[in-house]
Write a protein that binds this ligand. Structure first.
Ligand code: C2E
Ligand code: MG
Ligand code: MG
Length: 253
């Protein structure tokens, strides 16, 4: 299966077979759309629809991930520019950047070039990286985050809580937002889990970061998270990831 995917990936990148879907993030108290996350979808002519959980790790290992990340970002930028041109509202969109891409020496230059090409305001782009990233080289990660911030970009730490880092590493890495991993949200009804989530929320708040609960699926999880003091969440309970056209057509923002 891996070999099949790997073979098709080369063509897929060349033919731009990837599509950016977006999943809105919702403010729990006011119900407003806080932002969105871009998620890659791949409908291969030969393999059909392939899950990112399958093709992203293969693309990472094969050294193709930079192309995919940037194709997704470009689609988001085109969309934002069109909405702005039409006088429509835009909200910040997070793009997932794999660690090997984030650490690539050309990452920031490529990013700036693309953003300038579409006259985008960096404030509307959130660079989302996984928590495990800091394990590679925390000093370098710190420098990158400072640079991104000084250029006006927002930053987000994905799947927080399942990596091997400690809460205190957040002090050194000044992300704009922190995304609490879905595994905590699924077990939020358990006392111990709720306590951990509350601690993460408090820590994030004192560091002036926005916390986002990932993968909220039920009303019960929604109510519990609100009680604990979580402000923003993303999950099937509100929206599934959807094509950009659907956001426009249904006037979701
Ligand atoms: P992620 O960044 O943590 O994205 C969240 C995943 O959870 C998405 O899976 C999303 O569809 C799913 N999800 C959202 N709400 C719920 C929910 O309520 N319940 C459940 N069960 N799942 C929910 P998806 O789209 O399959 O993506 C999987 C992973 O692939 C992402 O995890 C991300 O790490 C990676 N990925 C996706 N697109 C890109 C990309 O363009 N570049 C890179 N480097 N990685 C990407
Ligand atoms: Mg993500
Ligand atoms: Mg995540």
């Amino acid at each position: 299966k891996e070999l099949l995917i790997l073979n098709e990936l080369v063509e897929a990148i060349k033919n731009k077979e990837f599509t950016a879907y977006v999943q809105p993030k919702v403010e729990l108290y006011r119900g407003r759309i806080y932002g969105m996350e871009a998620l890659a979808r791949w409908n291969s002519p030969k393999l059909g629809s392939v899950s990112p959980a399958d093709f992203i790790p293969i693309a990472e290992r094969a050294g193709f991930i930079r192309e995919i990340d940037m194709q997704i970002l470009e689609q988001i930028l085109v969309w934002m520019q069109k909405r702005q041109y039409n006088g429509k509202k835009i909200v910040p969109v997070a793009v997932n950047i794999s660690p090997e891409h984030f650490y690539h020496p050309d990452f920031i230059d490529t990013l700036i070039t693309l953003v300038q090409k579409y006259f985008a305001d960096p404030q509307y782009i959130i660079i989302e990286v996984t928590e495990s990233l800091s394990l590679v080289n925390i000093e370098y990660a710190q420098k990158m985050l400072v640079r991104l911030r000084s250029l006006g970009f927002q930053t987000s730490v994905d799947d927080f809580g399942i990596g091997y880092s400690s809460l205190s590493y957040l002090q050194r890495l000044k992300f704009t937002e922190i995304k609490i991993d879905r595994s905590f949200i699924t077990k939020i009804h358990e006392q111990g889990t709720a306590t951990i989530v509350r601690a993460i929320l408090q820590m994030a708040q004192s560091l002036e970061m926005t916390s986002i609960a990932e993968g909220i699926e039920t009303k019960e999880q929604f109510e519990l998270l609100k009680q604990i003091g979580c402000n923003v969440a993303q999950g099937y309970y509100f929206f599934k990831p959807m094509p950009l056209e659907e956001i426009d057509e249904k006037e979701i923002i």
